[in-house]
Ligand binder design. Sequence first.
Ligand code: CA
Ligand code: CA
Ligand code: CA
Ligand code: ZN
Length: 556
Amino acid sequence: MKKSLLLIALVSLFAAQAFAGAHLVVNNLDPAGTGFNDPTPAAPVGGNPGTTKGQQALNVFQQAANIWGANLDSTVTINIDATFEPLACTATGSVLGSAGAQDIWSDFPNAEFSGTWYHSALASKRAGIDLAAIDGLHDIRARFNNLLATPNAACGNLTWYFGYDGNEGANQIDLLAVVLHEFGHGLGFSTFVNKSSGAELAGLHDIYEHYLADDSTPTPTSFLDMTDAQRSAAIINPLHVVWNGPKVDAAVTQTLAFGTPGVIVNSPASIAGNYLVGSAAFGAPIGSPTVTANLAIAADPLGCAALPAGSLTGLIGVATRGTCTFAVKAKNMQNAGAIGAIIVNNAAGSPPPGLGGADPTITIPVGSLTQADGNAIKALIPSGVNATLGVDSTLRAGSDRAGHAMLYAPNPVVGGSSTSHWDPIASPNQLMEPAINGDLTHNVTPPYDMTLPLFREIGWDPDADLDLVADDNGDACLGSDLQPSVIIGGNNSGVPNTLFTNGCSIKDLVNQCSVGAKNHGAFSSCVAGLGNALLSNGIINSAQKDALQSAAARAK
Ligand SMILES: [Ca+2]
Ligand SMILES: [Ca+2]
Ligand SMILES: [Ca+2]
Ligand SMILES: [Zn+2]
């Protein structure tokens, strides 16, 4: 237990307490009159019985705490400090919330890996003691956007929905999903690697980073084996940063649906392969239908002028971004006979942009390519390029070819978000994507969601009996009796109920005697044998052996 690092300085102390599952406590740090203390009357909604906006907000947080508490196991209370504050807002996109660990630890008792940072809630779960309290801290600090309390044009008139049922209306944001998401970051769904420099925090790996890899190489390259420069390059390698761990790999097959949109170059062989595609707000959705054809550059390479009639008949047209709208380019290519349209970005960066705009007369599928991919493809079009614009039905949306889940790795980097989310290409939509989608279920397990499998991977082991021995890895006695002394049939032997490293207590072993015994005599003699074994191993003394035997004898 040598190192801790304070991420945010705050005070307060809570005593550790044992709970089946985990106990998350939300501390309301809002000043009077706002956020959790907003006295504005509100009608109960979607299962939330609160009668003020503030009470409803607090209820939603408690609901999120209960959902995580039912899915995680810890003997140590998880303390979360939360506020509503004005966060960044625009008419087209707003920061809903942010959260992170207040305190992190390495080299604590029962750490799975040495020299590795853990979020304090997870470190405390493994250690069985409240490590954040040692630093005078809580585990998680979470902030939520107070500008969404009432309709506000600067935030696109979005407001919070306080129901528990996911039935938010138009222009409403499901607060419960956002709180689950932000608590997820604080519980472990985030890396401490510097997203710009690629440097590790204070030179140590972190437990999340442990499973990050770049799959550009035939064998994915672990972030742990990279230099800072290699790490910073990988962080901006879209669709190539993956989670390389067996539990999430298994969750991928249970959760993600087949069908990844893409441009697949079929020939020539030199550039054959899958290319990331951005989708358009107009035209047919990519994949309905999937189109395969030769590519042709529009006679006007920008596609802004009307194109010669029939010049793209049966072809997929290619135009470059700029000068006129995406919809104008697509419509001109459609008018010239194209069965699909590709617009190549005119600036560096990846992933390729989504194509905004509207024109209901466009009926062909339209997609975008990055400048780098588009230029490489365009260079070979004069000698013939055949490609498919559609859905790759052999690849799960959000998985790479090897079956690893993809993490968000946009270029340029998005400081708070890169690598600490799934890639948004994931389908069905996942809780831990960088933007909240309206169809989330509040489930954190497959077949809906991969967040809990990721938590299992980083060490949130299932431990229903809270004996700190993982139920799925080494606990030979599930549902252990952990009373301080061995009590047999109501008779307290006074013998300390030692817990062994295999997750069995002395009482568990006594219980095994009672399961196997045909009658009380057989039970008693089994306990006598157990007492002798414990004595000869120096775990109890002979007086304790006698006390154990006597309690068993009286337990008739
Ligand atoms: Ca998605
Ligand atoms: Ca256990
Ligand atoms: Ca056990
Ligand atoms: Zn997030």
